[in-house]
Design a protein around this ligand. Sequence first.
Ligand SMILES: [Zn+2]
Length: 216
Amino acid sequence: MQRVHYPDQGAASGFDSSLRGPYHARAMANLLRDRRPAAEWASVAQVIEIEEKIGSFKGLAEVVAADLAALDPDKLPSDWREMIVSGELRFDFLDAERHVPAVTGSATAEVSAVCQRCLEPFQLTLAVDARLLLLEEQQTVDGYDGFEVWELEGNTLRPQDLLEELLIMALPFSAMHDNMAVCKALSTKNDGADELTRPFAALRARMEQKHNGPDE
Ligand SMILES: [Zn+2]
């Protein structure tokens, strides 16, 4: 059994139906983990609504766990694996001949992370956009600006793998409170502030030099 959602039903109706009960949620989870040929996902214009726990993305959860390992055990957020990844993936062919399958969509997730400035846990919002051509190894196509290439395994795709890789790539190299007011390192006046801000000041100076300079 599969549930096929066509794009013209609209995102709003899909969202409403996701609230109806566990059957729908289970069906969606199965689709995310199904491995099928990319052409098959595209030929039914499959739409997959995502409502998954961080813990179900093993690779992502490993990266988050490694980051959180720096915390004192009493500061570790107990429920970080239960946080939800939500969004939507839409499959279709981009060409009339139906040779170029692609996936578009977006997802957001709240991920627990350790602020590298103050070493306190905080919630990091990840937001990813997918605009991917689904191509086999060695396959190339021209004329799809704005799309990146996702290399299929053979000709198949497991949507969860793709989503997980996008989320992992969206993790910052160095996670930090973006709200200065709540970051303990910055709220303690000038203590060590010079040292902490210097790398950014240096980077900003380099960028300004580049932008203002007559040439490179
Ligand atoms: Zn902080």
